[in-house]
Design a protein around this ligand. Structure first.
Ligand code: PRX
Length: 664
């Protein structure tokens, strides 16, 4: 992590674009200028070209950031599943492979053609209809990374229901919260998931979730897929009332289901994501705008061509899986890859072995996985033939230049473009990224804005663009976007005011990303990190408030404060400081109980690496915890603590410094 802690732009050397791009950098600049001069015309032309509409739209963009009423192509009618599946079948590509699935075991491979996909998705759609799912309903999907997950998402889109996928690593509590918040009447789950040779008892977790909040009252049906379905076998899970054996129900259905006619602005899905305060927000993405943005960015960022096998190894539980496993590749009629396992199972050569066996052409993962694999040395990527890959992608957090170089040199053998794609759950798709063959790379920078994305660097206090460069010619501030784009989330479900407050009203006239950025002399973007209380652990977004509320739920804890700590593999890990109630004392057992509580409340990935019991916390006289000080202490930046005189008890700082030092 040493390179990451240096200002990244100081050490990066530019790498010229590789290969034959369809365009030059000047062409990009010209098209980009055109796209932001008149986004409505730019995206309207793209929407006509890239999507099939049942009824054409009359207007591209309407509304603005001030009113928070942005729409794209409203009045136009389409169906996203039809666009992702049927139209390729109708165009004669029915026998083209749509999905290659590789399960936890490398021998567990399934290939599904577009025709098979249309039939299976239709059967699932009919099964959903039979179970009572109607247009506009929210269907909670808690499935492992198996083809049925992608098929269920598409089936929902086909009948106009909104899927709300909950990552299978979330706990019963987190699942229950999401079912309840969306008032979801349907849950689709599986008996188990498989990862690294182990079984994950999803049905047991789903059963536990149903007993929480108002879930059991809300849920009308719980549809259960079986990971290794065998019609002859006994039920492989503990049944509850309302459970339906999904594989059986699906097999009974007609393999065609007419796609529902949807308005461009009808919701396509909800995805819950963490914010700096309160409970996770259910962001809503729409049909026309999101689909266009997914299709457009997949093709442009990854230089997608006929015959490609596109592999994004993210889980569909996150936005990356939605846009770049399911919708983006399929809307382009490409072949997408679904991966159930981990990068180190059965050994750390798994990714490169898959690249060789399947002849993957684009490979997309997160810096945390790259850093993990780097530790095992060059032997694994060198052992396999990775020459089919043209583009390597990175997503989820800033990639430190050291990891970038390893990815570029050792995995890509200096022959592949590494695209550093910056975006968020809220943006729907890439907003800042380089393009293969077009944009020179600078390791650690996500480079230049994508088409139609008018980025702005704002002074965080004044809320106006930074106009004065520093002595290096750089502009530093918070990253915002000044014009609407089709892929942006339109609202938080049942909480539009919260949406406005979080994204559109922080800086009037701008969409606020929550990240800070440096713009260098070439206009390249260097993401520094979140400016709010959101952590990024192994590319997973976690709100400090969520972890804190899990910790204070323990009877022995009076107060808790959570901050991020730099971590060599995960990017950030969680450091928690807890103050106990009178009469309670510190013990290893208590620390373990607290870790388990976070696991239970959120999921294993949110468990703190460090929990320190402290006599008090650095609080102002008005009782506000100064997390800034905790952050500096865990980052060992104690020389730059800043002003501590406003603390109620400044002596606590030394106590905490000592505690952290003795923990490490
Ligand atoms: O802080 C940025 C970081 O991840 C956040 C978005 O997280 P999430 O909504 O979970 O989406 C992750 C997948 C898109 C951003 O606010 N982030 C994402 N990609 C990058 C990044 N930071 C730096 N460089 C990136 N390429």
């Amino acid at each position: 992590m040493t390179e990451k802690s240096l200002a990244p732009h100081v050490i990066a050397k530019e790498i010229a674009p590789l290969g034959e791009g369809a365009m030059s950098l000047d062409d990009y600049k010209q098209l980009y200028a055109q796209s932001i001069a008149d986004p409505s015309s730019f995206w309207s032309a793209e929407a006509q070209k890239r999507l099939d509409w049942f009824t054409p739209f009359q207007q591209g963009l309407a509304g603005d950031f001030h009113a928070g009423d942005v729409t794209w192509f409203a009045g136009g009618k389409l169906n996203v599943c039809y666009n992702a599946v049927d139209r390729h079948v109708l165009a004669g590509k029915g026998d083209h492979v749509a999905m290659v699935f590789e399960g936890d075991e490398p021998t567990d491979v399934r290939k599904i053609t577009y025709l098979e996909l249309q039939r299976k998705v239709s059967q699932i759609a009919n099964a959903l209809k039979m179970s009572g799912v109607r247009k506009g309903d929210v269907v909670t999907v808690y499935l492992p990374m198996i083809p049925e997950l992608a098929m269920t998402m598409l089936a929902c889109a086909r009948i106009g229901a909104l899927h709300s996928v909950v990552f299978a690593g979330f706990s019963a509590e987190a699942l229950a919260q999401r079912i309840s918040a969306a008032a979801s009447k349907f849950l689709i789950t599986a008996d188990q998931g498989r990862r690294g040779g182990k079984s994950i008892p999803l049905k047991d977790i789903a059963n536990a979730a149903r007993e929480k909040l108002d879930c059991e009252e809300l849920l009308e049906q719980v549809l259960v897929f079986e990971r290794f379905y065998d019609p002859e076998s006994e039920l492989p899970y503990e049944q509850m009332p309302k459970d339906v054996r999904m594989d059986e129900l699906v097999a009974e259905q007609r393999p065609y289901c007419p796609p529902e006619i949807m308005d461009s602005e009808d919701g396509l899905f909800l995805l819950y994501t963490s914010g700096s305060t309160g409970k996770p927000k259910g962001l809503m993405h729409t049909s026309g705008g999101y689909a266009l943005y997914a299709a457009f960015t997949t093709q442009n960022t990854f230089d997608l061509r006929d015959g490609d096998l596109f592999a994004c190894v993210a889980d569909c539980g996150w936005i990356t899986g939605h846009t770049y496993v399911v919708y983006g590749p399929l809307l382009n009629g490409s072949t997408t890859f679904l991966f159930e396992s981990t990068p180190v199972y059965p050994d750390p050569g798994r990714y490169w072995d898959m690249v060789q066996r399947h002849k993957i052409t684009q490979f997309y993962t997160a810096p945390t996985a790259i850093r993990l694999l780097m530790r095992y040395g060059d032997e694994y990527p060198t052992k396999y033939d990775t020459s089919t890959v043209r583009v390597l992608g990175s997503v989820g957090e800033p990639i430190n230049p050291e990891a970038f170089r390893w990815y570029f040199e050792v995995v890509g053998k200096n022959k592949c473009t590494v695209v550093d794609t910056y975006w968020q759950t809220e943006t729907g798709g890439h907003v800042v990224t380089n393009f293969p063959g077009i944009t020179p790379m600078k390791p650690g920078s996500c480079t230049l804005p994508s088409y139609g994305i008018a980025t702005a660097v704002l002074d965080p206090l004044a809320g106006t663009p930074v106009t004065e460069p520093d002595e290096k010619g750089h502009y530093e501030g918070v990253l915002a976007i000044s014009k609407p784009w089709p892929g942006m989330a339109r609202t938080c479900i049942n909480a539009h005011q919260r949406y406005l407050k979080t994204y559109l009203h922080v800086y009037k006239g701008y969409y606020f990303t929550g990240d800070s950025v440096i713009l260098d002399q070439d206009g390249y973007h260097w993401i520094i990190g979140r400016v709010d209380d959101v952590l990024n652990v192994s590319g997973h977004r976690i709100g400090t408030a969520e972890v804190e509320s899990a910790l204070v739920a323990h009877g022995a804890v009076a107060q808790a404060a959570v901050v991020g700590q730099p971590h060599e593999i995960k990017g950030q890990s969680i450091a928690a400081f807890v103050m106990l109630v009178e009469g309670q004392s510190e013990s290893e057992a208590l620390v373990n109980e607290l870790k388990n509580l976070v696991r239970k409340d959120i999921g294993g990935f949110a468990s703190p690496d460090m929990i320190l019991v402290t006599p008090s916390l650095p609080m102002t006289r008005s009782g506000k915890i100064m997390r800034r000080i905790l952050r500096k202490i865990v980052c060992h930046e104690v020389d730059s603590l800043g002003d501590t005189s406003t603390l109620a008890d400044p002596s606590i700082v030394d106590v905490l410094i000592e505690k952290v030092a003795s923990f490490n």
